[in-house]
Design a protein around this ligand. Sequence first.
Ligand SMILES: [Cu+2]
Length: 149
Amino acid sequence: MRSLLSLLTVIGLLSLQPAIAEEPIKATVYKDPNCGCCHEYVGYLRQNGFEVEVVDTGDLMSIKQQAGVPAELQGCHSTMVGGYVVEGHVPADIVKRLLQDKPSVRGISLPGMPQGSPGMDGEKEAPFVIYEIPKVDAGGGAPKVYATE
Ligand SMILES: [Cu+2]
């Protein structure tokens, strides 16, 4: 009886494994309908295990204001994922790290649409610097670096 139970447990764990690995991460991307690189970024997220809902809007500004993104950290599109806001062309592995680490921030941002970043054309010329979007406005202080890639 006991070995049957443990066998069932093993089978149960085995069948759980792929479900966990393949579970898509739900995200919503707010973008301008005419933004090409934003559209490319949505495709990139989908290729990297995200289930993306796209909201086209001509009023991104109020979305960013509601999300508490300061002007200097605003990207060309806003991705809402796991209670965070992700601004701009942030690499997927860094978004996944954010969701695992769960830091006490509003979100993260890769400002300025650097060449060669996910969804952007061109060759990468310098490391991507991803900043924290603080929960409380830092009041003019320099933004903290979350990750460099
Ligand atoms: Cu862009």
